[in-house]
Design a protein around this ligand. Structure first.
Ligand code: PEP
Ligand code: MG
Length: 544
């Protein structure tokens, strides 16, 4: 059994036989062309054929992945007709008196190199597109159909890389998954695989292709971004179970997709996903979450060796907002300290870190860190529908200070003429008993509450959530915790705020009815729980 790590493109598991796709990589050699006009005419013919092929691929993509993702082939058609690209090819044919194939390959090298050196991610991606259309032109000039692989049985297709048009041309009936040695998760190929629901892992490295042999067995784990070659029996059983869970998820998805989260007696509830990394967005979307109820922004700080800059943060928040396409995204400000440590913060070792210098306490005493994050958040707000959530609030004075700093940041942005949305909702975590008890004072100051049951339970029951030895004393259904949540819900509604739960308890379906009867407006859970919870909500009748 051997494992190769890459990046998962689509969270699903596939098991089966491996087929290795060897590309026809014959080098395109220059050949002296007596009749330059003839070469140009061959080129024009190849281009007409390519446009026709791309129109077909576009039609197929439209059916399989929808208009937004199919657009890439529109771009390919535009590139094919691009004056600069065609002039370059014709020039080479004329000036060097060479065959059209060679001129196209020279143009591909030139333009792909130019795009690859650009700063902008979108422009860099154009390099692969130029290669894709140029390969198509060359194949047409040679009278060959563009690389496709036919196989009698379903296989895991392994290749150096796949172009977008190859990906969309894959026959879903014959492909279990694909694995590429090169490629990135943000490439068009990856985007298409995701939309087509093909389990895929990219970037496993050249060693994989050198070592893998045609016909061996493999497991593609699109969640972990791994391919396992020649798996043992135990691993096969484990993945077979995972596949069954996926099937159940798909069944629920089929049943619930596009349907409202509404109880039998008509109460609408938002069921959102919690994410801790931008890589989790896919999982949230795949599980049809209504939005992001908690985006833990700590990963930006934990993955870095130094404070993440405003620009780095802006880019991450923008990505989440854009990917969620207008659905609500609630981003929680830095919640570092206690179990989440980053050396460069220089935090002291504490006797009781959970009760120590963490989260909002750091932000309020080190305003330069907090303001950088707030600026990035407000700047990102124009890219979607955003809320900002403040952790660990325990007093009115803290919240006043937080809101004042938000005001200062907005004023700074106004003075600099930087745009931000005027609809950013501001909310606080209810995760200290103090916040729940004074929720009547806090609710009028914010737009929403989000209950962090993990910490609320820890602080209410005086049970360290990190200590495995006392877990027997942690009753997640403890009346004290539930009363604090109920009290916060009443106060939120009394003062015009809404309330959600984003701690782990939100996923406990034995409490869903209790929460809805308390008036909870939103439940935000790990992506894999979203569908089960939606199913539960739709089965409840609160009128009984
Ligand atoms: C919580 O405390 O319930 C919560 C959602 O925050 P975290 O788990 O990140 O502390
Ligand atoms: Mg917490």
């Amino acid at each position: 059994m051997r494992k190769y790590a890459g990046k998962g493109v689509y969270g699903a598991v596939a098991m089966g036989k491996i087929a290795v796709f060897k590309r026809d990589e014959t080098v395109v050699k220059p050949r002296h062309a007596e009749d330059v006009l003839h070469e140009k005419a061959r080129l024009a013919e190849a281009r007409t054929a390519a446009v026709k092929q791309l129109q077909e691929i576009y039609g197929r993509a439209l059916r399989e992945v929808g208009e937004a993702d199919a657009r890439i082939f529109d771009i390919h058609m535009m590139l094919l007709e691009d004056v600069g690209y065609n002039d370059y090819i014709n020039n080479i044919i004329e000036s060097r008196q060479v065959n059209a194939e060679y001129a196209v390959s020279a143009a591909a090298d030139y333009f792909a190199g130019m795009f690859a050196s650009m700063e902008d991610d979108d422009m860099r991606a154009r390099a692969a597109d130029v290669r894709d259309i140029s390969d198509r032109l060359i194949a047409n000039l040679r009278g060959k159909s563009v690389r496709q692989r036919e196989s009698a049985e379903k296989v895991i297709l392994c290749a150096t890389d796949l172009s977008p048009s190859e990906t969309v041309s894959l026959d879903r009936e014959k492909i279990l998954a694909f694995v590429t040695a090169h490629g990135s998760v943000s490439s068009h190929t990856a985007i298409l695989a995701r939309s087509m629901g093909i389990p895929a892992v990219v970037g496993v490295g050249d060693a994989f292709l050198a070592e893998v042999s045609e016909g061996s067995r493999g497991i593609v784990d699109g969640y972990a971004g791994e391919i396992i070659v020649d798996p043992d029996g135990e691993t096969c059983n484990m993945f077979a179970e995972r596949q069954q869970e996926d099937e159940e998820r798909k069944r629920l998805l089929q049943q619930l997709k596009g349907k409202e989260n509404i109880t039998l007696d008509g109460r609408k509830v938002r069921v959102f996903a919690n994410i801790g990394d931008i890589r989790d967005i896919d999982a949230a979307l795949q599980n049809d979450a209504g939005g992001i109820g908690l985006f833990r922004s700590e990963f930006l700080y934990l993955e870095n060796r130094d404070y993440p800059t405003e620009e780095q943060q802006l880019s991450a928040y923008k990505k989440v907002l854009e990917n969620m396409g207008g659905k609500k995204v609630i981003i929680r400000t830095l919640d570092i300290g206690a179990d989440k440590q980053a050396d460069y913060f220089g935090l002291k070792k504490e006797e009781n870190p959970a009760l120590g210098y963490r989260a909002i306490r750091i932000c309020l005493t080190r305003p330069e860190i907090f303001k950088t994050q707030l600026r990035a958040l407000y700047r990102a707000s124009v890219y979607g529908n955003m809320g900002i959530l403040f952790p660990m609030i325990a007093s009115v004075a803290e919240l006043e200070k937080v809101l004042e700093m938000c005001r200062e940041v907005r004023e700074e942005l106004d003075a600099q003429g930087v745009l931000y949305s005027s609809d950013v909702e501001l909310g606080i975590m209810i995760e200290t008993p103090a916040a729940a008890i004074i929720s009547d004072r806090l609710a009028p100051m914010v737009d929403f509450f989000s209950v962090g049951t993990n910490d609320l339970t820890q602080y209410t029951l005086a049970c360290d959530r990190q200590n495995p030895d006392i877990q027997a004393f942690v009753d997640p259904h403890h009346e004290a915790v539930l009363r604090l949540i109920g009290m916060s819900a009443d106060n939120a509604h009394l003062y015009g705020a809404w309330i959600g739960i984003c701690g782990e308890l939100a996923a406990d379906t034995s409490l869903t009815e209790t929460f809805l009867r308390m008036g909870i407006d939103e439940l935000s859970v790990a992506p894999s729980f979203v569908l089960k919870l939606r199913d539960k909500v739709r089965s409840l009748d609160l009128s009984l």
